[in-house]
Design a protein around this ligand. Structure first.
Ligand SMILES: *Cc1c(COP(=O)(O)O)cnc(C)c1O
Length: 368
């Protein structure tokens, strides 16, 4: 008889759980996990390969545990007067967040977030033994300083997670909300800025709030704007004392020499790597306009995806799109689907398929 999880002496809190992850299907138009739909430019790819080849010549040795060159490159990319001692990186920002919770969360501690938001925040909270507390948002998925502060005062969390622009809604996050939350808590305030590069040009990010706020942490990723999802590189900026805390929980040599080499090479070409951001924002705006014209209700978005309401039956619409070789995301938000901005062709394919779905199940009017 086959062994199942239930037969194993697994931790009680993991019993009955299933692994998290969007379906990975081979579909022509993949717009379900907010990837950058544009590949790394060929000349950049060649430079990355050259750097990896060089790193392979010393791969018999452990990598630089402090990934100093990568931290210097990331500090240079972020600007804002940040030095390498304010930067930390790991295998995707998911791992960065996990390390942050290993250091500042854990059994007996609580983490406050504002759903609908990035699912991994609550999942990592749980898997590190922290208690997850869900607070409410305002209308249109916004979080005013008053709403945020009321939740912080009520729950007194050890950590607060904010996400701006927010996934899965695309909603902007006001700096005033971050400042108010920081002043209302003695805990860590983590702002997930995975989509920062897709914000309108010139918008200030939470990085501008770092000076004088040693409990503020801003996380970023190379997965989205940098078209580097498969390489697994995420990072954060914070006071150097926060970085010291993360050193206590990281595994030694957690970032491979190959990852470090690839990321440093990619960062040398930051402008070219980010060249597609404008194009992606253009396709995103096109989705908003055309979905609205079809009778759907797209929400304001500062990211590389669109959450839209008015879908009569999201499950059936998801399946209909899949039959047309287009995959989007059904997040269980009633009457909503989320779609990532594609290339011009992918966006056209999605919009054409969506018109056919609208003919099958006419858009409905839903309260925001
Ligand atoms: C996609 C995403 C990430 C990225 O995670 P990586 O592990 O860096 O790939 C982080 N936060 C949010 C809100 C995201 O949507």
């Amino acid at each position: 008889m086959a062994t199942t999880l239930e037969d194993l002496p697994i931790r009680d809190d993991l019993r009955g759980q299933s692994p998290y992850g969007a379906p990975q299907k081979h579909v022509r138009v993949q717009l379900n996990v907010n990837e950058n739909t544009h590949p790394v430019p060929q000349d950049v790819a060649e430079d990355i390969v050259a750097s990896i080849r060089q790193a392979l010549t010393t791969v018999n040795r452990y990598p630089d545990r402090e990934f100093t060159e990568l931290r210097e490159s990331l500090a240079g990319y972020l600007g804002h007067g940040l030095g390498a001692d304010s930067i930390w990186a790991a295998n995707g920002s998911n791992e960065v967040i996990q390390q942050l919770l290993q250091a500042f969360g854990g059994p007996g501690r609580s983490v406050l977030g504002f759903p609908p938001t990035y699912s991994m925040h609550s999942i990592i909270a749980s898997s590190t033994g922290s208690r997850w507390i869900a607070a409410e948002r305002d209308a249109e998925f916004r979080i005013s300083p008053e709403t945020a502060v009321a939740a912080v005062r009520e729950h007194q969390p050890d950590l607060v997670f904010l996400c701006g622009p927010n996934n899965p809604t695309g909603t902007p996050l006001d700096l005033a909300t971050i400042e108010a939350v920081y002043d209302a808590t003695e805990g860590i305030v983590m702002v997930d800025e995975a989509y920062a590069e897709f914000m309108p040009d010139g918008q200030p990010t939470a990085l501008t709030l770092l000076p004088g706020r040693p409990r503020l942490v801003v996380s970023r990723t190379m997965s989205k704007a940098f078209a580097f999802a498969g390489a697994r590189v995420g990072y954060l900026a914070a006071d150097p004392a926060v970085i010291d805390a993360l050193r206590l929980v990281r595994l030694p040599y957690h970032l491979s020499a190959l990852t470090q080499a690839a990321a440093v090479a990619a960062l040398r070409h930051a402008p070219e790597m980010l060249r597609m951001v404008d194009d992606i924002r253009g396709q995103r705006d096109r989705m908003v306009i055309e979905l609205r014209a079809m009778g759907y209700q797209p929400h304001e978005t500062w990211s590389n995806f669109v959450l839209f309401g008015g879908v009569a039956d999201p499950r059936a619409a998801f399946e209909s799109l899949l039959e047309r070789d287009v995959i989007v995301r059904d997040l269980g938000i009633p009457n909503h689907l989320r779609v990532s901005a594609g290339t011009a062709e992918e966006t056209t394919a999605f919009l054409d398929a969506m018109r056919e779905v609208a003919a099958e199940q006419p858009p409905v009017r839903v309260a925001a």
